[in-house]
Write a new protein. Structure first.
Length: 123
């Protein structure tokens, strides 16, 4: 009877180890889930805070250094990764008025520091 006791204990130990590993993995995934969705929640929260009519659209870009935003040309102080069609909010400065401004891209969730070059009148 003692001959079979050892293999049985080893298989029970293996099963218990697998169970502990699966439980640990489940706890880690559940803990990481709120962190993964936090940026989505923050972006939705920020969009609700922006008053109606305070978002502007990037209508054209030139190699991540110059942008046409609702009729005004802005130059990036550093590289900004804005795309045509992105919605932006002016954090610092006012659209078309202040020379220095800081934008927040609602679509890419990135900040961008820009300088106002002037009004675009078209060609």
């Amino acid at each position: 009877m003692r001959r079979h006791a050892l293999p049985l204990m080893a298989s029970q130990l293996l099963a218990a180890t697998k169970l502990v590993l699966m439980a640990t993995l489940a706890v880690v995934l559940l803990a990481a889930l709120p962190m993964l969705s936090a940026t989505e929640v923050q972006a939705a929260w920020l969009e609700k805070l922006v008053p109606a009519g305070e978002t502007y659209t990037v209508t054209a870009t030139d190699r991540d250094v110059a942008f046409l935003i609702d009729g005004y040309i802005y130059d990036a102080r550093k590289f900004c990764y804005l795309n045509t069609g992105d919605r932006v909010v002016f954090f610092e400065g006012r659209h078309g008025i202040d020379y220095y401004a800081t934008l927040y891209d609602l679509d890419a969730r990135e900040r961008c520091e820009v300088l106002l070059r002037g009004r675009y009148y078209g060609e």
